[in-house]
Design a protein around this ligand. Structure first.
Ligand code: SF4
Ligand code: SF4
Length: 361
């Protein structure tokens, strides 16, 4: 496998020290050593030394959600997400990605979303039509909300409507490239999708990005890949917190005790932790999970549930257990993937709601 010197250095410099061992949401869910960053580095190192074939580690390479908890905790500063993503890219270039991943990649290229969906629910069609006129502000819903969690997309629209924001929603949104980036890293196809999206976003002064996955891609990865956007890109949470500050949304605190599930894309990648809290504290009484803000534990998503549903369910169950362990009975989410993942767990101890649910009452 051809791997950049930088990545090789990160793989080889991993001390296999176990300091990031206990914080991997996937490793903790499966209880398997193979799912840790340390084991993944070992596998890649064996491929680099031609001791095993790349194909032998590819399932393992796709068992990482790229949440960056290990990167955050690595005391020596090594970046397992970087070498995992580069391995995905190399496997794609060498035609060695597993078939179940190839199907998702093909869907991304053909339909713009990994699920291969082409239709959105009728209620969302109507809501989008009502915002078809070109305004200065665009609400970017993202593929998860549009195709897999239509009600959440509707709620995002309703929140901005409630605040009297004049905004557009596109019937045919350009995919941000976040899903392709997850599947094949910085491939040409990923960058082409990102460039096309950036061009669309340039037509607006402000783009409110609903899904933290897209926000991370547009605000962080585009820069990394040299893709420019002229628009002011704002996360949904930061935008809504601003609406509250400006008095455009009137909040009534219900006194209800809740905890917040920080999406890692906001808290670790974009270092945005307080805006969601500002919103939640306007409507409820906020308690904290033991691991919060940059220490957050990922609670699952829709994309990985396509090929490892049982593990993603275990991941969500563990996060629910974290909440019940501190006596919480309501978790507030700010990421549609985590909302869906947590709600997929059959249980009656904790209510899973989104920030929009709090606002809309
Ligand atoms: S990025 Fe997240 S899922 Fe992947 S190895 Fe690190 S902690 Fe585990
Ligand atoms: S990634 Fe860092 S913390 Fe984890 S095993 Fe390697 S050196 Fe240790």
């Amino acid at each position: 496998m051809i791997m950049s010197e930088k990545c090789k250095q990160h793989v080889d410099s991993c001390r296999f020290c176990w300091m990031c061992h206990h914080i991997c949401p996937i490793g903790n869910a499966t209880g398997q050593e193979r799912n840790t960053a340390r084991a993944r580095a070992l596998g890649i190192s064996l491929v680099n030394r031609e001791a095993i074939e790349l194909e032998e580690i590819m399932d393992n390479i796709y068992e990482c959600c790229t949440c960056g908890a290990c990167v955050h905790d690595c005391i020596t500063g090594w970046d397992p997400v970087m070498f995992t993503k580069e391995t995905r890219l190399q496997a794609a270039l060498e035609g060695k990605t597993p078939d179940y991943i190839n199907a998702l990649i093909d869907n991304c290229l053909e339909t713009g979303n990994a699920y291969g969906k082409t239709e959105i629910c009728p209620t969302l069609v109507e809501a989008v039509k009502a915002h078809a006129d070109k305004k200065d502000t665009l609400l970017l819903l993202g593929v998860d909300a549009k195709f897999m969690a239509c009600k959440q997309a509707l709620k995002a629209i309703q929140v901005l409507e409630k605040a009297g924001v004049d905004f557009s929603v596109l019937e045919n949104e350009a995919p941000s490239g976040a899903q392709l980036d997850f599947l094949i890293g910085a491939a040409n196809e990923t960058k082409e999708q990102m460039t096309a999206c950036a061009k669309v976003l340039d037509n607006y002064n402000t783009v409110v990005v609903y899904d933290p996955n897209d926000a991370k891609a547009i605000k962080q990865l585009y820069k990394e890949y040299g893709i420019e956007t002229k628009a002011n890109i704002v996360t949904f949470t930061a935008f809504v917190a601003g609406l509250l500050r400006d008095g455009k949304l009137e909040a009534k605190n219900s006194g209800k005790a809740v905890v917040f599930q920080d999406p890692y894309q906001l808290s670790r990648d974009l270092e945005e932790t307080e805006e969601a809290r500002e919103i939640i504290m306007s409507y409820a009484v906020l308690g904290e999970m033991l691991l919060n803000r940059a220490e957050t534990v990922w609670a699952g998503n829709i994309l990985m549930a396509q090929y490892m549903p049982e593990v993603i369910k275990l991941v969500a169950e563990r996060r629910i257990f974290n909440a019940t362990s501190i006596g919480a009975d309501t978790i507030v989410t700010a990421c549609v993937g985590e909302y869906v993942s947590l709600n997929n767990v059959e249980q009656d101890k904790v209510k899973i709601i989104s920030i929009e649910d709090l606002i809309l009452g």
